[in-house]
Write a protein that binds this ligand. Sequence first.
Ligand SMILES: O=C(O)CCC(=O)C(=O)O
Length: 471
Amino acid sequence: MVVEEAAPEGYAVVKYLGKRYKVRLAKPTTAKSLLKAISKNYLRNTNPATLVLHTEFETTLGRDDLVHPGWTLRCTPAPPPPRAEAGAPRPPSRLDRREPRGDEAEGAKQDDGGDDDPLSSVPVYYARRRRFRRGEAGAAAHFRKLGYAVFAAALDGAEAATCLDKLWTFLEKVGPGLDRRDPSTWADAWPPGVGGAGILSTFGVGQCESKWFARTRPRVRECFAELWRAMAHPRADPRDLDAPGGLCVSLDGGCAWRPGLKGQKGWQHVDQNPLLKPGFECIQGLVSLTRTSKATGGNLLVERSHADVFPKLLDLYPEQVRSRDGDDFFSLPRAAARRDGLLGGDGGGRHVVVHLEAGDLLCWDSRTVHCTWPGDGLLDEPGAPPAKADQLPTDRLARAALYVSFTPRSLVPPDVAAKRRQAVADGATTTHWASVCRRRDIVPKDMSDYERSRFRAQPTPPLSPEALMLI
Ligand SMILES: O=C(O)CCC(=O)C(=O)O
């Protein structure tokens, strides 16, 4: 319900479910009297006890608070989700911007940083790096040296399009009222993301068809096998790399940035516990379903940080590391990391968002410092031709990516394997590790029953024999 204008003669024009109503309104008026006018005339069956206000943030509106034109109001409990104004993307809602919940986004910040945020103000470059073909020499050396490697077209164009289509199907099922063809429906029905970073880890995303489609594409698996072979982990059985079912896949989620929702900066982290796992242990990654640009941003990586930042974390921040209680997610303490010259200091690794085509696979060592990074403020690399000044799309996703990680089965303990089977049966989403089973279904704790009731968790679909072999 949007209060569009208050006419001088004391009427407000209210748009509700696509229809305009004229409501008698003393200007400005109280929420209570506006609601009374509306409910008396048009909304007899809604419960007027609570009003939720959507301006930049949502908040609970007291019944005597003043209502001004331009505010969007929602009654609770609501009938079908109200439609936003056509065309214009809405600013992120409180759900998008809430303080991060759960461990994965512990380092994510409420706002998108700025000059006062030590890790948001480091120079970040939009970088074109070699996109290796599978089997091409050099990918493993690049991975070893810089902490990551890009594989071109792990999904071909048709596969990437299918995957994106299935991701939309998932989003539409989770958020009733969301219609991929109508951007005006996207904002209100969008599932809440983690830490404002546009990361999906709730409502069954870890088991959705889109994810299983990507996981079962042979080229994705083969790229991981190639890196594991080169890294020669001492406890991994090399026979796993070629055997059917020899690699297990992570049950993590994905990332979808609709127009108006930009990923959060400033939460640089590693996904490997510096105390318990000091050496090479995990290759994580993402399949990009969209083409990135300097405008969209994407995944930020700190080059060489697996080798020159990660090994210092335990010595520099012993208390913080120990407080992780064995969890792999470790967010760099912002001010301290900058002060200690770990990030953005002289001689430190370059912060890059690497260019990806739709279907590309980006793999990184879990010790490599990384996070999401929106497009604003990305720099051209010194000496590189300036990147094209793209516009952010308004009618399609600015970014969609599915997280994926494969691990040799010999590194997955039997009790973890049993928990993973249960997680699949439960429709759960876990961390990026296939050899650990920590759930990450982060439904924000302060989500009201009403907010929660707007979304529909999806069960695990029937899985193919190829998919079952990866669990
Ligand atoms: O979306 C991204 O690229 C970053 C994701 C990330 O940092 C994570 O899931 O650990």
